[in-house]
Design a protein around this ligand. Sequence first.
Ligand code: NDP
Length: 489
Amino acid sequence: MKREDVLRSTPYPMLIGGREVASVSGKTFATYDPSNGRKLADVCEAGPEDVDRAVAAAYDAFHGPWRDVLPKDRSRMLMKLARLLESKVEAMSWLECYDAGKPIAASRAWLNGAPGTLEYYAGILLGLAGETLDVSDRTLFDYTVREPLGVCGLIVPWNFPLSIALLKMAPALAAGNCVVVKPSEVTPLSTVELGTLVAEAGFPPGVVNIVNGPGDPVGMALVRDPRVAKISFTGGTVTGKKIFREAASTVKRLTLELGGKSASLVFADADLGKAVGVAYNDMVRNSGQVCGACTRLLLHESIADAFIEALAAKLRPLRIGLPDDPATEMGPLVSPVQLARVTDYLEIGRNEGANIESYSDPRSRPELAGGCYIAPTLIRGATNAMRVAREEIFGPVLTVIRFGSEEEAVRIANDSSYGLAACVFTSDASRAMRMTRSLSAGTVCVNTGVRSSVDAPFGGFRESGLGKERGKEALLDDTQIKNVRYGLA
Ligand code: NDP
């Protein structure tokens, strides 16, 4: 679909109290196509009074009509939203192709799965229940009830805009909460379009609200608002820590899905073809802008050279190109800011003494010169002490480290302030089981890459975050337990 077929010509509005509205100030900001730097659309920018209106609408809906909606009716609304979204997947895929620079084939593949997020929570919410407790006092009948939290502020990043918005919205609504969503100002368009489907799905006004604008002040206003009971945030660890600190003053519930520097451990007895395929995918998928990607490639010294050769051979013919070309396998990074960040890290690696090896030169191609393109790059000869091995780079870049023994591999993998995920490639089942015990990360994958799905919990250890997204855990994290003690005597 062409740009003019999917883009609005008027500013993208906010959704407050069931209505598409402009900001009180009338202010707008622009979004840009990262493949050519051209302006795509104007978007209404929330000021403090708009965030206040959105939170008030969510608060009133929670204490009004939404509270009495039966679980089976919440489930039906989520299913209806899934069907409506399904009919828009093609348009949404193109919107994210232009707004986030995603190759259209990949964008379509990711968003085809998006209705499934709503369906999963529509299903499991029907099993949400408390317990009766056989307490040690016969004068009491004691039970627990799982209640919603109230208003949830959902702060969404730019790497998978609609998918992550849904991963936060679906469990929050399934649990009976109302939400105020803040998409990234870099990629707000698909989330605004999702908002147009909410009323048709049957959600009462105010249950879902969307405010656009920069993280600070718009997202931060949600974090500070005492009427907001929970913040669910996905993004960088630096911003996550700021939110953690600010949320303390109103003791908010938090789900933080932060950065990663996950390790992939490839042993000499591994299926090298498979492990190379996963490393390739971790570089190329979404141009490496994936929190769960294994960006530290730990190779046993006996197979390291052959591995790098095979990976380089796969990377050389990679089709880097314009996102709207169906043949494109890797597009640009999301923004000039992200391009500058990744480029800086390559310079840091060089200064730290590592070898920087790129496998193509997209910036020399005139048709890509105006976009945020960067070549897939390996940082070789690295040690785990280097910044390029310790900090998240978030681009098509892997840091390669060699190891000699199993113990050394585990020590390097766990020596990180992050703990989001890890992968192990080996044909020795005992070693694989030892690794699943020894590796300190929220997801450990054996002989496969980190592939998250809505029905399994995902969330990191240490500075990779708090709580879980996906799975039944995300639904439970959006509830609180009330204990009822009924006096019988
Ligand atoms: P941020 O963490 O700053 O942004 C993520 C979301 O938080 C966006 O919606 C952003 O809004 C919002 N935000 C930013 N600052 C605040 C704040 N003070 N209070 C409330 N909300 C805020 O990520 P960046 O875009 O700056 O990227 C930095 C790094 O973070 C990347 O290089 C990458 O390493 C990591 N990252 C990790 C992601 C993941 O999936 N875990 C996703 C994205 C980034 P807005 O964009 O409108 O400013």
